[in-house]
Design a protein around this ligand. Structure first.
Ligand code: NAD
Ligand code: ZN
Ligand code: ZN
Length: 343
C-alpha cells in the first residue's frame, strides 16, 4: 500500500510502498477515506534529531483519520466490515483514572499517549491500523472528507473553548489568535455555544477575511497595535477568553495584554512562546492553560455540532502524492481551513 512517510530528519515526507498491516487481537484495520494535514506534523518534521520525541523513523504521518472498516482482529466485534468511522486520535492505556473518564488525551500510563501518525503509523496511507475499537466513532452519514478534521482540529478547539464557556457570557469578548485549521473551527464553536463577540487575529490579510466569513465579528492584524485595538474593541475591559492557536512569544504576550481581569488564556498552539505568571504579567485572577487534544466524549459532541449544521470545516482536498506540497503551503500559511488528503 501507499504511505506518506517522514523518513529522514529535515527532509520532506515521501510516498512509499509498505505492507498492508494485519490487525492483532482487538485491533481494527481501516481503509482510509480521508486524512488531515495538521500544523503539528510540521512541528514533528521541524524537530532536530536531539529534540525529536516522536515515533521511530520512518514515521507514516496523519493523526486525523476517517475510514471504512476493512478487517477486524480477533475479539473485535462492535463494528462490522464496511462501517464508516472517525478515529479518536489520542490513544491512551484505557485503564488509568484519566482514561477511565474518556480523557485518554491525559493518559498517565508511563507509555503516555500514543497517537497514530505521531507515535505509531498514521493515516496518510491506504490503510491504518487502529489499536482498539473504543477509538472509533460512527461517521453517521457525514462526508468523510468534510468530517475527518473534527477528530483533531475540531476536537482540540472544542475542548479548549468548552472549558472557558462559563466566562463567555453576554457582552463578553473572545479573541481567537490564528484563523487556520483549528482557529477557523474555534470561531464557529464560540459562535454556536456562546453570545460572546469574537475577535480574530492573524498575520495574513486573507485569513482575516476568512475569519469574518466563518463568523468572527471583528478581525485584527497581528502586529504591535493589536493589544491596543483589542482593548478599544472591548471598551477597555479586555477579552474574557483568549485562545492562542499559534503559541509564539509574540502571540502569548498579545494574549496577556488582551486578557481581562478574571479572564482565561488558552494556549493551544505548540509554538515555543512563554510568559511568567504573576501580578506583574497578568490582570488579577486571570489564568492561563495549555490543553492537549480532547476527550473521547468531546469527539462525540463536536461531531454532533457538525451534524446539526453549526460547524463546517473548510477543506482543501489533495492526493497523498500532493501532500508534501500542501505541507509547504501550510508552512507558508496558505491553506484556507484544513488540507485533507484522500489516498
Ligand atoms: P495552521 O497553520 O492551519 O494555522 C495557523 C494560523 O496562525 C494561520 O492562519 C497563520 O496565518 C496564523 N499565524 C501564524 N503566526 C501568527 C501570528 N504571529 N499571529 C497571528 N496569527 C498567526 O495551524 P493549525 O493546524 O491550526 O495548528 C495551530 C497550532 O496548534 C499548531 O502549533 C499546532 O501544532 C497546534 N495544535 C495543538 C493541538 C493541541 O491539542 N494543543 C492540537 C492540534 C494542533
Ligand atoms: Zn494535530
Ligand atoms: Zn491511561
Amino acid at each position: 500500500m501507499k504511505a506518506l512517510q517522514y523518513r529522514r530528519f529535515g527532509a520532506l515526507p515521501e510516498v512509499v510502498d509498505v505492507p498492508v498491516p494485519v490487525p492483532e487481537p482487538g485491533q481494527v484495520l481501516l481503509s482510509v477515506s480521508a486524512a488531515g494535514l495538521c500544523h503539528s506534523d510540521l512541528h514533528i518534521m521541524e524537530a532536530t534529531e536531539s529534540e525529536y520525541r516522536f515515533g521511530p523513523l520512518p514515521l507514516t504521518l496523519g493523526h486525523e483519520a476517517a475510514g471504512v472498516v476493512a478487517a477486524l482482529g480477533e475479539g473485535a466485534d462492535k463494528f462490522s466490515v464496511g462501517d464508516q468511522v472517525l478515529v479518536y486520535g489520542p490513544w491512551g492505556c484505557g485503564q488509568c483514572p484519566h482514561c477511565a473518564q474518556g480523557k485518554e488525551n491525559y493518559c498517565t500510563h508511563p507509555d503516555g499517549v500514543r497517537p497514530p501518525g505521531i507515535a505509531v503509523p498514521g493515516a496518510l496511507a491506504d490503510y491504518v491500523l487502529v489499536d482498539a475499537e473504543r477509538h472509533l466513532v460512527p461517521l453517521g452519514g457525514l462526508d468523510p472528507v468534510q468530517a475527518v478534521s473534527l477528530t483533531d482540529a475540531g476536537l482540540s478547539s472544542y475542548h479548549a473553548v468548552k472549558q472557558s464557556l462559563p466566562k463567555l457570557t453576554a457582552g463578553s469578548h473572545a479573541v481567537v489568535i490564528g484563523a487556520g485549521g483549528l482557529g477557523h473551527i474555534a470561531i464557529q464553536i464560540i459562535r454556536a455555544l456562546s453570545a460572546a463577540t469574537v475577535i480574530a487575529v492573524d498575520v495574513s490579510e486573507d485569513k482575516l477575511g476568512f475569519a469574518l466569513e466563518v463568523g468572527a465579528h471583528q478581525a485584527v492584524p497581528s502586529d504591535e497595535h493589536a493589544p491596543a485595538v483589542i482593548r478599544k474593541l472591548t471598551r477597555g475591559f479586555g477579552a474574557m477568553a483568549v485562545f492562542d492557536f499559534v503559541g509564539a512569544q509574540q502571540t502569548i504576550e498579545l494574549a496577556a495584554r488582551a486578557i481581562a481581569t478574571e479572564g482565561e488564556i488558552t494556549v493551544v498552539g505548540a509554538g515555543v512562546g512563554a510568559i511568567p505568571v504573576g501580578y506583574r504579567t497578568l490582570p488579577f485572577d486571570a489564568s492561563i492553560r495549555a490543553p492537549f487534544w480532547g476527550s473521547r466524549h468531546e469527539l462525540w459532541e463536536v461531531v454532533e455540532l457538525a451534524r446539526s449544521g453549526h460547524l463546517r470545516v473548510e477543506v482543501e482536498q489533495c492526493s497523498l502524492e500532493e501532500a508534501p506540497f500542501f505541507y509547504e503551503r501550510l508552512k507558508r500559511g496558505q491553506i484556507r481551513g484544513r488540507a485533507v488528503a484522500t489516498p
